[in-house]
Structure formats: structure tokens, C-alpha cells
Design a protein. Structure first.
Length: 279
């Protein structure tokens, strides 16, 4: 994967596949290597898939500041500029979904269709996880990256998946920790998560949007997806049975098909009226 060359913050990225371009934005503490390989290869059959490491993660630059989501949204736009991609579909998972909202709100001309997966609007409007669940995400100074990852498993994977796929979860963790996110970057990301609030701006999202989540997500409860879908004018909601927060990891090929169908399928009939803008 090369590094972007013209951005102030150098981002590590990869491009695979053919078809309409979709940029994937990953979640809290996760670099691009965390995406499930089966998900990427399946989606790349139908789309040109752009993955990258957010600032502070993977092999991208790790500055001390600038982790507010408006800055991380600007990172995305600068990467698209660097790759000469004037307009892409956008898919954000968890924290990446918050960044994707910022891109869609602040740079609507750069976004085709939008996928918001297992994410939230923030502020007083969101339905928070319980304190016991939320604490499992918090990294402490005396923890190793492996200890922090294992601590989060019970609230990011569904119980049934975790019990039946211990080897796959272990392998996934090893892939993610090849380039672990530093403590300070995780803390800055968490500050940004706590300060995020898109509720009143969601009406400004003009992109046709798929809002999806696992029905068994205890970290970002499904109610958060319902709120997003109720506020985004042109949106569709999918709540996926028997899947947890990491639904994409638990059912990678099925989720790739869901997203691929949405990104490459025809728009609803109302978009084909005279003068409508096709995304």
C-alpha cells in the first residue's frame, strides 16, 4: 500500500477491484488491515475498493493533534484529491460512520451513495451503551494492545460468534495489532467520539443512504441506526438478525453483498423523475 503524497497528513491506503469507487472508513483504533479479507475481496468483485489508515492508526502519520472528526473528514477529502477521485461512494463503520457523516454533510458534492454501519449521531440524541459495556473500550496506561483488544471482544462480537469462532477472532486480532494504535491516538479518538453531534445536520445529507446494524449490537445499540434513518431524508434501514457490533466481521460475504447491491443497484423510482440528480 502506498502513502498519499500531497496531503499534510500522510495516509497509508490500498485500492483493489473494479467498478464504482467506494471508500471505506474504519472505526475506533482500527486501521485498514482490520477489514475482513473476505469482505474486501467480495466487495471488490463489484466495486473499486479504497481502504486507508485513519490518522493515528496503521501506517499513516500519527500527529499529536487533529483528531476532531471534521479534520478526519478533511483527511478523506485530501486523500480523494490525491487519488484524483472527484466523487466516490462512502462506507463508514462505527467511528468511521461518524467521519463519513461529516464528509457527507460538509462535502456533499464528493459523495455518491452513503453507507452508515453500526454508527450513531452522537450528542444527547444518541442512545448510549451501558457503562459496563462502554468501559470495555477504554484503554488504560498499564494495558498492552493485546489486553485492550481482548477486553473489547465481549462487546464488539456477538456472544454466539465469539464462542464459535475463537480461532478466527484471535487471527483477526493479530492482523489488527501488526501496527497497533498508540495510546495517545486512541485517547484523542475517544475525545472526538464524546464530542461528536451530527443530529441537527443529518437533514443536510443529500446522498442516498443505507443505514445498517447488527440486531445484537450492545455497543452501538440498534436504536442509534433508527435515529439516523429517521433523520436522513433519503435513507433505508437494515437491522440484521443475530449479528453484533462487528457484523461485517461475523458475516463478511453477506454484508459485502448487501453493500454491493446497494451501491450498484438502481436508484429508487423517485430519483428518475425529470431533473433528478442521479448519484
Amino acid at each position: 500500500m502506498p502513502l498519499s503524497t500531497t496531503n499534510e497528513i500522510k495516509l497509508y491506503y490500498d485500492v483493489i477491484g473494479q467498478g464504482p469507487a467506494v471508500c471505506l472508513i474504519n472505526g475506533y483504533r482500527l486501521g485498514s488491515a482490520a477489514w475482513p479479507p473476505l469482505f474486501i475481496t467480495r466487495l471488490a468483485i463489484r466495486c473499486t475498493v479504497l481502504t486507508f489508515d485513519n490518522r493515528g492508526t496503521g501506517q499513516s502519520d500519527k500527529p499529536a493533534t487533529g483528531y476532531e472528526f471534521r479534520n478526519m473528514a478533511r483527511d478523506v477529502i485530501e486523500l480523494l484529491d490525491d487519488l484524483q477521485l472527484p466523487r466516490v461512494h462512502l462506507c463508514g463503520f462505527s467511528m468511521g460512520g461518524a467521519i463519513a457523516q461529516e464528509v457527507a454533510i460538509r462535502h456533499p458534492d464528493r459523495v455518491g451513495r452513503l453507507v452508515l454501519f453500526a454508527t450513531f449521531c452522537g450528542g444527547i440524541w444518541a442512545e448510549p451503551a451501558s457503562q459496563g459495556v462502554f468501559r470495555r473500550l477504554l484503554v488504560t496506561d498499564n494495558q498492552t494492545p493485546e489486553e485492550a483488544a481482548r477486553q473489547a471482544w465481549p462487546v464488539t462480537y456477538s456472544p454466539d460468534y465469539l464462542a464459535a469462532n475463537a480461532a478466527a477472532v484471535e487471527q483477526q486480532m493479530r492482523r489488527e495489532l501488526a501496527h497497533p494504535t498508540p495510546m495517545f491516538a486512541a485517547q484523542r479518538q475517544m475525545e472526538a467520539l464524546r464530542n461528536f453531534d451530527s443530529y441537527h445536520d443529518l437533514r443536510r445529507i443529500g446522498a442516498t443512504t443505507l443505514v445498517a446494524t447488527g440486531a445484537d449490537d450492545v455497543l452501538v445499540k440498534p436504536r442509534n441506526s433508527e435515529i439516523l434513518a429517521s433523520r436522513i431524508p433519503d435513507s433505508r434501514l437494515e437491522i440484521l438478525a443475530d449479528l453484533g457490533h462487528r457484523a461485517i466481521w461475523e458475516a463478511p460475504e453477506e454484508i459485502a453483498d448487501l453493500i454491493g447491491d446497494f451501491l450498484t443497484g438502481p436508484l429508487p423510482p423517485e430519483h428518475h423523475r425529470p431533473g433528478a440528480s442521479l448519484r
